[in-house]
Design a binder for this molecule. Structure first.
Ligand code: SAH
Ligand code: SF4
Length: 343
């Protein structure tokens, strides 16, 4: 059997390289991209400005694979999709309606191997990495189904993007391509649990993508307890990598801090976090924990969260609190899939 590539996996440069092997002019890549991402055709036959022989050549080498929507949950401010992939695996994406636009949180892997104690995605082991076309496919299916125009993308769904680095880079190139989805680099955020060598590598990536780091603890003792990765790259190592990254790219890094009751939400933790981050080009995003039925962690009280916020704020750390989305729907990354897989 000939292996057929999903054409959505192809960056424009990869497509051009393939066209060269067929002695076809490189501008055909632009035409193909426009059919896929502007006109959103679902068959090669609809690419009516291409010659019949060339369409056959495309059909012999590529498929145009869509994701199928298995389930959709809706609240006033959020939409959550469960998708089925070609091999029947399930992934999910969440649409968040902000006053400044529509942002979508996409998955990067099927499951996650990082095993953070509080996270539903990590509870189910990784089955495989997602291909670029399966990440793009989440955006295309959402726009088609909801009629919404996506303004920004965050890679914060199921999976650790830097454990699927090469496919994420290809995805970023496609989604940012002016002839592709054309989403500006500054409207794209990648979140990592802290895979240090990849943070270094990412500092060389030319697009101005935002980087977010899941820190979630001000010291190794606490971080070791909730994030296994800290035993490989501890806070010191991670902080140096972040400093190096922001110096090199001149970009501010987001520090994510999920507020877990009795674990990392004390005043002492807040002061320790101030000391850790002082002078760095970062800002902190406090995340209200989304409680899940399987894990014993609880969300911090509003009082604790406000206290924590004030300590950072008064001590010169820029801090925001993430709005809670999707009340009533299983909004935390991985919850919808976890419920479905275990049924
Ligand atoms: N693997 C990457 C990206 C996906 S997780 C990472 O860890 O950064 C995206 C963010 O959601 C992370 O900051 C993660 O810690 C957080 N998160 C995981 N489970 C959560 C939950 N139940 N409630 C709130 N945030 C959660
Ligand atoms: Fe994986 Fe991120 Fe969840 Fe940790 S928080 S298990 S890295 S998805």
């Amino acid at each position: 059997m000939i292996y057929m590539t999903n054409i959505y996996d192809m960056t424009r440069d990869e497509l051009i390289a393939w066209l060269e092997t067929k002695n076809v002019k490189s501008f055909k890549a632009i035409q193909i991209y426009e059919w896929l991402y502007v006109h959103r055709v679902k068959t090669f036959d609809e690419m009516t400005n291409l010659k019949k022989e060339f369409i056959d050549e495309l059909k012999n080498n590529y498929t145009i694979d869509q994701l199928s929507i298995k389930k959709r949950e809706e609240s006033e401010t959020a939409l959550k999709y469960l998708f089925e992939l070609k091999d029947q695996n399930l992934i999910e994406a969440v649409v968040m309606k902000h006053d400044y636009g529509i942002s979508v949180c996409v998955s990067s892997q099927i499951g996650c191997n990082m095993g953070c104690a509080f996270c539903e995605s990590g509870r189910l082991k990784k089955v495989r990495d997602l291909l670029p076309g399966e990440i793009i496919g989440q955006l295309l299916a959402i726009e088609e189904n909801s009629g919404l125009k996506i303004n920004s993308v965050v890679i914060m769904g199921i999976g650790e993007p830097f454990d699927n680095y090469d496919n994420i880079i290809r995805f970023l190139n496609i989604v940012n391509d002016a002839k592709g989805m054309a989403i500006g680099a500054r409207h794209i955020t990648v979140s990592t649990s802290g895979i240090v060598p990849k943070i270094k590598e990412f500092s060389e990536f030319p697009l101005q993508i935002n980087l977010a780091i899941s820190l979630h603890a001000p010291n190794d003792e606490i971080r070791n307890r909730i994030m296994k990765i800290n035993k490989v790259y501890n806070i010191d190592t991670l902080m140096s990598a972040i400093r190096e990254y922001s110096t090199k790219t001149n970009r501010r890094v987001t520090i994510e801090y999920v507020m877990l009751k009795g674990i990392n939400d004390s005043k002492e933790c807040a002061y320790e976090l101030v000391d850790l981050l002082k002078g760095m080009n970062v800002y902190v995003n406090l995340i209200p924990y989304n409680e899940t039925s399987h894990l014993e962690f609880e969300k911090s009280s509003t009082k604790k969260k406000d206290e924590f916020f004030e300590i950072l704020n008064k001590n010169g750390i820029t801090v925001t609190v993430r709005r809670e989305f999707g009340g009533g729907i299983s909004a935390a990354c991985g919850q919808l899939r976890a419920n479905e897989v275990e049924r």
